[in-house]
Design a protein. Sequence first.
Length: 233
Amino acid sequence: MAGLKIFGSDPENQPKPRQRFADDVVGRFRAGHTIDDRPASLDEWRITTGDPDVAARVYELFGGEEPQEGAAKGEDNIEVFTAADSVAIIIESAKSLRQRMVLWGRSGKPIYVSDGEFILDENGHPTEERDPDADLTFQERKEKKDIGAVPDIDLFFRLADDPDLGIFLFKTGSWGLAYELARDDVQGALEQAEGPVKAVLALEPVSFKAKSGPRKGQTVSYTKSSLTLKGAA
């Protein structure tokens, strides 16, 4: 049985099919925001998007504050401060996770990009040129963060509760997440899976008493991001 013919015969009056962006990046997960132009971390995920339908759906899924217009300019201007500190996701392949070390110049452009051992070419392939920091320990790299290369991590994924909503991006320069991804060889696990993998993307509170440094004796608290693989999707 055919559908209703309620739009007349003029092609100009026909409704445009609703576009679905199932294979596009429709939003970003963010672990912080800005207050008076200063960065501040969050205990629950903030999701930004340019699509009101996507904003409404993530609000329905994860609760929190109703979608509102954010400070960001451009298309990514709707934000949802969710009530979720962890979200079940689906990572489609090893290519969905990009990890690299970047030495940024004052212009905001990379001076060099590496995999931690070798400099990468424009296509992301290792060259024969060694990373200048290749022989440093993780801690030594981290201590050079103001003058050396820093992690640059992109994770593309779908929401386990609504995979067809589209692809989301979590972008971070977290040293803690870089350490855990390398320690647990998450890239290798994704490659071995040879298909979509279930995972949990979470924000975890961390608190400890500093034993040295300018905050010695003080309690230091912050929120770290984590990624836990849960097997084939």
